[in-house]
Design a protein around this ligand. Structure first.
Ligand code: FPP
Length: 235
């Protein structure tokens, strides 16, 4: 089985999963968060080098106050706990998205976690928080415009490689496989630039139930695809 170098996942279905069990949506997020820890271990064991997960979108602020508060509590706890997880898995963690929207203590925890894990390289773990792909592109191009203004760059220099350097994912290879759980067949503003050539895998399984066996099923499906980059079949 050829293991993808970079897997991206849209973690979807926590709310429906909880509702189906007569529980509040927040319970689904707690279970979803616990599952993220397990899946990180599985990725490491299977030899995946890059993992990117969509945990909170720029649109998610529209959810109820109660749900947002539950999610912020979860992020606080997880960001702290993730220091130990990064040590265990030798995992470099980076948050992508505009973190300025979060409370200061959350921003501080993000900086601490990134600083602590910066030299690990066995698994590169990107967590998308307050992330939207269009927002990422606009923020990146603003920075580029600023660099042009300051004489650091010229407009003629801009090509696809340099453009990618201005995204939050700068330095990461594009995902080989994108998984979305829980039956929705949309990208929902996730990594629009980075997923240009990526294989997509959609499953009905809700995120809290997405386990190692499901991950292997996704990788096997990916292996059976006839991967083409602009017409030339990969050897
Ligand atoms: C989608 O399910 C999930 C979210 C909006 C939040 C994802 C959060 C986690 C998996 C846990 C926390 C993660 C970290 C990084 C600490 P949904 O609520 O949209 O489910 P639904 O589609 O069934 O309503």
């Amino acid at each position: 089985m050829k293991v993808p170098n970079h897997i991206a996942i849209i973690l979807d279905g926590n709310g429906r999963w909880a509702k189906a069990r007569g529980m509040p949506r927040s319970y689904g997020h707690v279970k979803g968060c616990a599952n993220l820890e397990t899946i990180c271990d599985d990725m490491k064991e299977l030899g995946v080098k890059y993992l990117t997960v969509y945990a909170f979108s720029t649109e998610n602020w529209k959810r109820s106050r109660e749900e947002i508060e539950g999610l912020m509590r979860l992020f606080r706890n997880y960001l702290k706990k993730c220091i130990k997880i990064s040590e265990k898995n030798k995992m470099k963690v980076k948050i992508i998205g505009d973190i300025r929207a979060f409370d200061e203590d959350i921003q501080r925890r993000i900086v601490e976690l990134e600083e602590f894990s910066k030299d690990y390289d066995e698994l590169h773990f990107y967590i998308a928080l307050n992330y939207g792909s269009r927002d990422e592109i606009v923020r990146g191009m603003r920075r580029f415009g600023q660099d042009v203004k300051e004489g650091i760059r010229t407009p003629e220099e801009l090509d696809e490689r340099l453009f990618a350097d201005y995204l939050d994912t700068a330095g990461a290879p594009d995902p080989d496989l994108m998984i979305r759980t829980s039956g929705e067949l949309r990208l929902s503003n996730f990594l629009l630039w980075q997923l240009a050539y990526t294989e997509f895998y959609f499953t009905e399984v809700a995120w809290p139930d997405f386990n190692r066996a499901e991950l292997i099923r996704a990788i096997e499906t990916y292996n059976n695809r006839d991967r083409r980059y602009g017409g030339v079949k990969e050897e």
